[in-house]
Design a protein around this ligand. Structure first.
Ligand SMILES: NC(=O)c1ccc[n+]([C@@H]2O[C@H](COP(=O)([O-])OP(=O)(O)OC[C@H]3O[C@@H](n4cnc5c(N)ncnc54)[C@H](OP(=O)(O)O)[C@@H]3O)[C@@H](O)[C@H]2O)c1
Length: 321
């Protein structure tokens, strides 16, 4: 199978490329401004997906069996800073990809987000109606409609939760951001009543590839880890996993104490049914996810001094940990 992976210079896209390679597939890895460098990927380039004519020419030339679309402006802050770019990249590009993959008869797996929901009830099913509270959620919710409109038969929209894992840049994973702050002597203040359901990047990548393989799995699906918990609990469990003093490094705060929190979704937990029953890949407990996290590069000295533990460096998936 020949796959095009967009956002391959990003956090999830890289893992999707590696998951495809593990299964022996041919991968064309597209980054945005940066050409992806991924061990084992021979075809990789920087490519502006907003150039619709070039995108059409590329896909007609390559004629892939499947496209996994990970490129996005994937944070609330980035979308607010560049609203026009957010609409183009997060909504118009997936629409164009859905049209093109329909034309090619290629499977499209489009990554979406829990942030399409308002967080009032939690426990969201794929059939629940999106009600985004911010521009990021709006642009992603609009994309879901377009992708399914053009690709009901051959496209899968995969809504997911905050992604954890080891990133090449060293600053995309949640534990990497926590370490960066801890290393600067700043404890993290995290909400005790904002609920999320983290997923590990390589597990999510396996699901994206399995969806490419399964022609009968189209439509809208949810994927995350098995445990929904507060941001505070996530931080505490990460600290404890690394043998760090969670009480000193992770401070609790409630949403009521922070006026701006009212505009943030409270509970974005997801129900994984029916996808969880249809795949070989299993959803992971948080313990299984934690087991894959490494001490981020640049934090080794601080970590060794703080815990007395030695960091053993190793090369994993082309990243030197
Ligand atoms: N990260 C999370 O916690 C999370 C949670 C839920 C859902 N998601 C969804 O998962 C997907 C992947 O997120 P991520 O965290 O992996 O994102 P990321 O690390 O920020 O990567 C974004 C990718 O998009 C590329 N890109 C940006 N503008 C582009 C353009 N004009 N043309 C082509 N490519 C462009 C970037 O390329 P360059 O950097 O080379 O410019 C980068 O490879 C997104 O759809 C996101 O909405 C993420």
């Amino acid at each position: 199978m020949k796959l095009v992976v967009t956002g391959a210079s990003g956090f999830l896209g890289r893992e999707v490329c590696l998951a495809a390679l593990r299964r022996g597939y041919q991968v064309l890895a597209l980054g945005g401004a940066r050409a992806p460098t991924i061990p084992g990927v021979a075809q990789a380039s920087a490519f502006d997906l907003c150039d619709e004519a070039a995108l059409e020419a590329l896909l007609l030339e390559e004629f892939p069996h499947a496209i996994v679309h990970c490129a996005a402006l994937p944070t609330i802050e980035a979308c607010l800073a560049e609203p026009e770019r957010a609409r183009k990249l997060n909504t118009d590009v997936p629409k164009k990809l859905a049209q093109l993959s329909f034309h090619l008869g290629a499977k499209l797996v489009h990554l979406s987000t829990d942030t399409v929901f308002d967080g009032k009830s939690g426990g969201y099913q794929p059939t629940d109606t999106p009600a985004p509270l911010n521009l990021y959620g709006e642009t992603k919710a609009a994309a879901e409609v377009e992708v399914l409109r053009f690709g009901r038969e051959h496209a899968a929209v995969l809504r997911t939760s905050p992604i954890i894992g080891n990133s090449v840049s060293g600053d995309r994973g949640l534990h990497e951001r926590l370490f960066a702050s801890w290393k600067e002597g700043k404890p993290a203040t995290l909400f005790t009543d904002e609920i999320r359901q983290p997923v590990e990047a390589s597990n999510l990548a396996d699901v994206a590839i399995e969806l490419c393989e399964r022609a009968n799995l189209s439509g809208l699906y949810h994927w995350a880890g098995t445990e929904a918990m507060s941001r505070h609990e996530i931080g505490v469990r990460i600290a404890r996993h690394f043998g760090l003093d969670a009480d000193a490094l992770v401070r609790p705060v409630s949403r009521a104490e922070v006026p701006a929190a009212a505009s943030r979704p409270r509970d974005l937990s997801l129900r994984l049914h029916p996808l969880a029953g249809k795949l070989r890949t299993s959803a992971q407990s948080f313990e299984e996810q934690l087991a894959q996290l490494r001490v981020p590069r640049g934090c080794e000295d601080w970590y060794e001094q703080t815990t007395g533990r030695k960091v053993v460096r190793r090369l994993e998936k082309g990243i030197d940990f």
